[in-house]
Design a protein. Structure first.
Length: 448
């Protein structure tokens, strides 16, 4: 499978300012495969070490944190020497060994010639002991579940992706390809972006096998809660996690703490929610009433929605049948809007590192997301199918006159000030927000 993060990892390898690299990510999003692939492709040798349940490995870090002693012993452990610059040292599940996490500071300061890359679950790293973390001595990258472009590539659609990338910003997708992309997108709503789920679907097209894999992933998350969180907080983590699909399915999808469990209040659950956010399993989108910079200053942090990091897991947790999605059934229409919003947010998270907000004006209008892009605050309206109506976006534009707005749906490319971006092209959102697009469309209008 092609993962886009490999390009950033190549830049890390060649940087003269390189520090030990931690690749963070939710469990089972493909970190181990990615690190092994990176080592096999770009190094003469890769020395792989997994700390989960490996006391003998952890013991290499107990006596002291002399990096050269550690490297020598690691070489003996694997029966092959580790060569600076030629051997990639891979520490997997590093959150299970706090001393190994601390050692990254000394790799950075005393032995920068060694290329060290680590993987760990975001939850485990977030809950690591404070003194163990090498602040300022490591680089970070975050691996997310596969986005829609990576899903297309996994399905062997390299030429289609290249064609879409070559399209001019004002050029429509042909009807033939648009129909094909819509079908792929509905399949993606079912599978989501967890690599094992995607691989299972591509190999088998068997919904039962796919859902077995997804349930195993969900079970592993709850085991992570139990493993890493204090015992008193485990029930809270689990309860918040399980309540998200239900709360998104409401007409007003604001997250309400008292609906997690009767009698529980915000102050009882806020710490557990912060852990889920730190773990990357959940995204928080707070309400703003005025879209001004900085957005966070105008946000009501007590009024927010929660989305999951993977749309396929959301579908599975919500109990939405894959058949309903493939057959475009109306039986899940109450949940479809929330599911597609979740997909859109995940696609944007792949492109932008940002806090996320939505706009709500009393009970009259609501715009799904406010995106910070360069100097623009861009309202993003989401529609799950073909829909030309966007009353809330129109009200927002009338009130605040943004330079650029976005409406995303199954409609084809179009628009000027309101950029129409198909749901299946959100992975190219930067192209469709570029100023060049306005110029090209103006020239086109002049010729007509």
């Amino acid at each position: 499978m092609k993962r886009n993060l490999l390009d950033k990892m190549k830049k890390w390898k060649n940087s003269e300012y390189r520090k030990p690299l931690i690749v963070k990510g939710v469990r089972q999003c493909g970190k181990t495969w990615l690190l092994r692939e990176f080592g096999a492709t770009f190094y003469e040798d890769a020395a792989y070490f997994n700390f989960e349940g490996n006391d003998d490995l952890g013991a290499r870090f107990e006596h002291d944190l002399d990096v050269r002693r550690i490297v020598t012993e690691l070489g003996i452990l694997r029966k092959k020497a580790i060569i600076p610059g030629k051997t990639l040292i891979i520490f997997d599940e590093i959150q299970f060994c706090n001393r190994a996490l601390t050692s990254l500071k000394y790799f950075c300061e005393n032995a920068p010639e060694y290329h060290v890359i680590c993987a760990g679950s975001l939850l485990g790293i977030a809950l690591s002991k404070p003194l163990s973390f090498p602040v300022g001595k490591v680089d970070f990258l975050t691996l997310l579940p596969m986005n829609f472009q990576e899903f297309l590539l996994a399905n062997g659609e390299e030429m289609l992706c290249e064609h879409l990338q070559d399209l001019k910003p004002n050029e429509k997708v042909s009807d033939l390809f648009a129909g094909k992309l819509e079908n792929y997108l509905r399949a993606y709503y079912i599978t989501g972006g967890m690599p094992e789920a995607v691989d299972t679907w591509i190999r088998t097209k068997d919904i039962e096998q796919l859902e077995t894999v997804q349930q195993q992933i969900l079970n592993s998350y709850e085991l992570d809660f139990a493993k890493h969180a204090p015992s008193k907080d485990f029930p809270k983590l689990s309860a918040i996690w399980r309540s998200i699909p239900l709360q998104l399915s409401k007409e007003n999808s604001k997250f309400i703490f008292s609906q997690v469990k009767k009698g529980w209040r915000a102050k009882d659950l806020e710490d557990a929610l912060e852990w889920l956010l730190s773990a990357g399993l959940v995204y928080k989108v707070a309400k703003i009433e005025k879209p001004f910079v900085p957005l966070s200053a105008y946000a009501d942090q007590t009024f927010f929605k929660l989305y999951l990091a993977d749309v396929g897991l959301l579908r599975k947790m919500a109990g939405v049948s894959a058949g309903h999605i493939l057959q475009k059934s109306d039986e899940y229409k109450e949940f479809k809007g929330a599911m597609v919003e979740n997909y859109v947010l995940c696609e944007m998270v792949n492109l932008y590192e940002a806090e996320w907000f939505y706009w709500k004006s009393g009970n009259t209008a609501e715009v799904d997301f406010i995106l910070r892009h360069d100097t623009d605050l861009i309202p993003v309206e989401v529609k799950s199918e073909r829909n030309d109506k966007a009353k809330s976006l129109a009200e927002y534009r009338k009130k605040y006159n943004p330079r650029i707005s976005v409406k995303t749906s199954m409609n084809n490319v179009g628009g000027g000030e309101v950029r129409l971006i198909p749901l299946y092209l959100l992975w190219q959102m930067n192209k469709y927000l570029s100023d060049d697009r306005t110029a090209v469309m103006s020239e086109s209008s002049g010729r007509n």
